[in-house]
Design a protein around this ligand. Structure first.
Ligand code: ZN
Length: 252
């Protein structure tokens, strides 16, 4: 057995022994579905400065820039399909071995894979929202407007600003989701931290808080993270391949 196989057997054992396991996922699980991490080169985010929420509210230029980026990134998100990592988590949940997925991703791929209890810390790209009257809009319909030449889509009902239901830089994380995520970090006995660099706060403190509270911690990420030294198992390999071997080991 090489060290990766040992790690897979150990992860399977920790999952088998746990009663309240949760997953914490970041961009790395979705890069395996072809969605560029906004921090990595080549992604739409590396070509533009992200628009801060306060600028979105106060500046027409910022709103124009925001929607230009959304328009450009639309098909990458739209066409992305869940991978073995997403599917393995959905399988674990269905088997009663995972109680929730807390994600930093906005792509909806966990739900597409069949996960039911998903906490989206950074919102979702699956709908747009009027910031004034909270009317919801289908992003496909907004994309059609953008492609027809509209630069800043406005609400049909009240004329207010429409924005993707994702959380922008400088915009508060949804309080109810954050509270539930932190509550889970105190009740869980095992955290699978997957594809997150574990540096973006306050999200990254969820696995740390769980670990400090006695939970086991498994980290699967391409690169090292600041919490590697605390983890019970660390794997620097692709998530999909690793998790499907873990699921197979468990018989799911
Ligand atoms: Zn409105």
């Amino acid at each position: 057995m090489n060290s990766d196989q040992n790690a897979i057997a150990k992860i399977a054992q920790l999952i088998a022994e746990s009663k309240q396991a949760i997953a914490f996922t970041g961009a790395g699980i979705s890069t395996e579905s072809g969605i560029a991490d906004f921090r990595s080169p080549g992604g739409v985010w590396s070509r533009y400065q992200p628009v801060l929420f306060r600028d979105f509210l106060s500046s027409e230029d910022a709103r124009r820039q925001y929607w230009k980026m959304k328009k450009e990134g639309y098909y990458e998100l739209k066409m992305a399909k869940p991978n073995d990592g997403h599917r393995s988590l959905a399988r674990l949940e269905a088997a009663g071995k995972l109680i929730a997925v807390i994600t930093q991703n906005i792509d909806g791929l966990h739900q597409d894979a069949g996960s039911r209890h998903v906490l989206e810390l950074h919102g979702t790209s699956r709908y747009c929202l009027c910031l004034d009257c909270e009317a919801r809009f289908d992003p496909d319909e907004i994309q059609k407007r953008l492609e027809a030449g509209v630069e800043i889509p406005l609400c049909d009902h009240c004329g207010g600003l429409i924005k993707s239901a994702t959380i922008s830089f400088g915009q508060s994380l949804p309080a109810d989701v954050l509270t539930e995520a932190f509550d889970l970090s105190l009740s869980t006995d095992l955290v699978l931290a997957l594809g997150s660099s574990l540096v973006v706060e306050p999200a990254a403190s969820i696995p740390l808080q769980a670990k400090n509270n006695g939970a086991k911690l498994v980290i699967i990420n391409r690169t090292e993270t600041p919490l590697d030294g605390l983890a019970d198992v660390t794997v620097h390999q692709p998530i999909g391949a690793t998790l499907s071997q873990v699921a197979k080991h468990l018989g799911y």
